[in-house]
Ligand binder design. Structure first.
Ligand code: ADP
Ligand code: ZN
Ligand code: ZN
Length: 821
């Protein structure tokens, strides 16, 4: 069998090698030039689609190219350049990879190489370099400039050619100031093109103190020194964060020999080490078996999607495990997507317990080399189950029978960077292609998914009750209007409940629902908040480092004593919502052990997991946090949940704010009473009659869904259309605005003259919610439409039209817009 396959691939390659033209995507092409270029395949070079090659491109160095197609004849009768080199002998993309690549390019308006970047791990990047070596036995003229002499002296003892950047580093001269071309013209050195793997680009740079004792330090250096003596070591990023200094200060310390840099090699092994603990497979309950049967029917039909709608604590994970086992028994493989790996170590552990080393893990917290290794194991076919976050949906699994998307409503499945894809859409497509099954699962499915299930497009499987004797928590709405006080304060009733829990040694969770909220610095005299100099947003006060910070660009500054705008000394800073609640709890319950989790306390990579497992072990009584405490936790002693200001997120601008609020409340309420001990939850709100709040209190998802889907139909929002966002970005606001206006004019003209039939609503040009971020201004055009070929063509034309070509202004198209700009 193997032998046969080999013969087959050889034959295929033999055939492909007969083709004379390769259609090649070239790296670093801006979107206006991102097309397939024709190159001639030199005789004897076995070039097939999916391979990476080196090609001459424009002036200068060779570039990396990806062969997307091969052909017998060139598209036009023009002289073609040859493919220069073939650095690898295997295609990097298989047939499915090429298919995904095309899909991403066509549907998400990215470049070919952006699309490639999600299909292979970062460590697989290639780069073309120029390397230099000395031509021996030639005498150098005497009037050479010093830099040229230095280069010759550097190259003389070397046996291997040196890359330009190596020479620059060794001599401490900027690359563009090296007189390399001049030396080559004089016949003293020669250049060649080499290819290098890009591994190591993204390792974490760490810093620690050396033995040397410092002599004289500036105040800023002293701050870094003090912090390092306290904590031992830290990533440069963290150190800068906590001291508010720039990287330059740390670099100075290193130059003085007081500190040293090192690379963090392996952050953590992705899987628990040692043998897999043998876990009892869960015996499915009747309800779970019924859900399983429905979904399995979908597998039998081939290529279908099922929606598993199961309340919190109903045992969805047990169903995933059973499905995966059955798929494996069919000789197929599975991918399981989770919204955020840091919050769901349980998922990995449970899969590992059953499938052991046949499990691979892919997520962004892995080191580059780990990701590369997991990728190789998957490609070799050594892995049966891949567990991971969004990009794991592209894992090159062959014989794919099952893709599960856990908590499918989470916004983390939508990529906000190019390629702007939706992992759920990719999951459905891949399942269809393989004739396998895609399962979307949630306690609060996205409105789109439930709508498709109701239409019969998806199979619907339900788990209406919790596992075992556990029942859903009892939820009470507390009307804040009746108690005049600040939103983050604790109502009397909630305090009594907390006290009751403390006495019985049961645990409580308090959610402060304020997305991105933390305290602003405000002048009490002119009432102006302090703004970031690079972004149009106010700076936030961080208690952890006592500094004002910008959440968008990372700028930070000391807390000023006088208002920079009016000179008044009446500056006020308040802690974040979570900090305030923490303080209130300490005052009220001095003996209680309170754990706070928010951006500030979870900066370190593994702190999430560390803090949560400490809470799980019962080292704390009360957990206070932002939305990060709402998901995935399964702790039996949690019996009380308080949601402070559940209404805060109702009034966000985007059309998904109701859905997000409902889902968040349901999720966090679902954290309590998961086993024997019954749970109770309190929603403190100024909107006690708001339909979203009352539906969440009743935990009535279907009621919420019915109201919401009608609203979407009425106002024309997804799933009744697609919302496209054309974004314009640049440093000069006038240019950005003008480009946006030109695009709008062009769009309207094209719609009138060339696409009169296209069902489209254009919502005009407007500044982004936060117009300036990191010194760049942002404008957007929102378009409601359908994802059809003419629509994609029209949008693609906007990206490349000369009318929208303005130096310094970038254009992006997001085909799955919901918020964020
Ligand atoms: P969900 O993901 O639906 O919120 P989980 O999968 O976390 O629910 O299950 C909730 C709890 O019930 C877990 O502690 C899990 O171990 C337990 N459980 C669920 N199904 C079973 C089963 N069939 N046998 C034993 N325990 C189960
Ligand atoms: Zn002022
Ligand atoms: Zn900023």
């Amino acid at each position: 069998m193997r032998g046969l396959q080999n013969v087959k691939t050889l034959l295929q390659r033999g055939q492909a090698a007969l083709k004379t033209i390769a259609k090649i995507a070239v790296e670093k092409a801006g979107c206006r030039f991102d097309k397939l270029y024709d190159y001639r395949i030199p005789e004897g070079m076995a070039v097939t689609p999916g391979m990476r090659v080196m090609v001459p491109f424009g002036r200068g160095q060779q570039r990396v190219g990806l062969v997307v197609e091969t052909a017998d004849a060139p598209a036009a009768d023009i002289p073609l350049k040859n493919v220069a080199a073939l650095p690898e002998d295997e295609p990097i993309l298989n047939e499915e990879g090429l298919w995904l690549l095309r899909w991403l390019k066509e549907n998400t308006f990215c470049t070919w190489f952006d699309a490639l970047s999600v299909l292979i791990p970062a460590g697989y990047g290639l780069r073309g370099l120029t390397a230099w070596s000395l031509i021996r036995g030639v005498d150098a003229p005497e009037d050479l400039e010093p830099a040229a002499l230095q280069i010759l002296a550097y190259l003389r003892p070397r046996r291997r050619p040196a890359a330009t950047h190596e020479i620059a580093d060794a001599l401490g001269i900027e690359q563009r100031r090296l007189p390399l071309e001049q030396l080559e013209a004089l016949g003293l050195i020669r250049s060649e093109n080499v290819v290098e793997r890009r591994v190591g680009d993204k390792t974490l740079r760490m810093v620690r103190l050396t033995e040397a004792s410092p002599e004289k330090l500036t105040p800023k250096q002293q701050q870094v020194y003090d912090l390092l003596s306290q904590v031992g070591c830290g990533s440069v990023r963290e150190i800068c964060y906590f001291t508010g200094v720039t990287q330059g200060v740390v670099e100075k310390l290193v130059q003085q020999g007081v500190a040293e840099f090192y690379e963090q090699e392996v952050l953590r092994t992705p899987l628990p080490t040692g043998a897999a603990p043998a876990e009892e497979r869960p015996t499915l309950t009747e309800a779970q078996s019924a859900a399983m049967a429905t979904l399995w029917q979908g597998y039998r039909e081939g290529g279908r999607t099922g929606l598993l709608y199961g309340v919190t604590g109903s045992g969805k994970t047990s169903v995933y495990l059973a499905l995966a086992e059955r798929i494996l028994a069919e000789g197929k493989r599975a991918i399981v997507l989770v919204p955020e790996i840091s919050l769901t170590p349980q998922t990995i552990r449970r899969f590992y317990a059953i499938f052991g080393r046949k499990v691979a893990v892919i997520h962004s917290a892995l080191s580059l080399s780990e990701r590369l290794d997991e990728y190789k194991r998957i490609r070799r076919g050594a892995v049966d189950v891949v567990v991971g976050t969004r990009s794991a949906v592209f894992a090159p699994v062959e014989n794919l029978g099952l893709i599960i998307v856990d908590e499918e409503q989470e916004h983390t499945y939508r990529s906000e960077q190019s390629p702007r894809y939706d992992a759920r859409e990719i999951a459905r497509m891949r399942a269809r292609r393989h004739g396998g099954l895609c399962v979307l699962a949630s306690a609060t499915p996205s409105v789109e998914s439930m709508w498709r299930a109701e239409k019969g497009e998806y199979l619907l499987a339900k788990l209406p009750e919790r596992y075992g004797d556990a029942v859903l928590p009892h939820v009470t709405i507390l009307d804040l209007k009746a108690e005049p006080m600040a939103a983050e304060a604790l109502s009397e009733e909630l305090c009594e409940e907390l006290l009751y829990n403390l006495e019985r040694k049961e645990q409580s969770i308090l959610l402060v629902n304020r997305r991105g909220y933390s305290a602003v610095a405000m002048c009490m005299s002119c009432h102006q908040p302090l703004e970031c100099p690079h972004c149009s947003i106010s700076l936030k006060f961080h208690a952890a480092n006592s500094r004002l910070m910008c959440h968008y660009c990372g700028y930070s500054t000391e807390v000023p004593k006088v208002c920079p705008k009016c000179g008044s000394r009446m500056m006020r800073y308040s802690g974040t919502g979570t900090q305030k609640v923490e303080e209130a709890l300490r005052l009220r319950f001095p003996a209680a052990r309170v754990l706070r989790m928010d951006q500030d306390t979870t900066l370190r990579k593994d702190s999430h997991e560390r803090l949560l497992s400490a809470f799980g072990r019962g080292e704390y009584d009360i957990l206070v946090g932002t939305q990060m405490v709402a998901k995935g936790l399964d702790f039996p002693r949690v019996t009380l949940v308080g949601v402070l200001t559940p209404d805060q997120s109702l009034f966000a601008e985007d059309f998904r704010s109701y859905e997000r609020t409902f889902s968040l409340i349901t999720q966090v309420v679902g954290r309590c009473g998961r086993q024997e001990l019954p749970g109770r939850a309190y929603l403190q709100t100024y909107q006690p009659d708001h339909p979203v709040i009352t539906a969440a209190a009743r935990q009535d998802y279907l009621y919420f869904f019915r109201t919401e889907i009608e609203a979407r139909r009425h106002l024309l929002y997804p799933p009744f259309c697609r919302l496209y966002c054309i974004g314009f970005w640049g440093e000069r606001e006038g240019d950005v605005q003008r480009t946006g206006q030109a695009a709008l004019t062009l769009l309207e003209r094209l719609l009138r003259e060339e696409y009169p039939q296209l069902p489209v609503r254009v919502l005009g040009l407007s500044p982004a919610g936060i117009v300036k971020v990191a010194g760049r201004y942002r404008y957007k055009i929102l378009i409601k439409g359908k994802n059809t070929a003419p629509m994609r063509e029209l949008l693609g034309r906007l990206l490349t039209a000369p009318e929208t070509d303005c130096k310094g202004v970038a254009i992006t198209i997001d085909p799955n817009y919901d918020s964020g700009m």
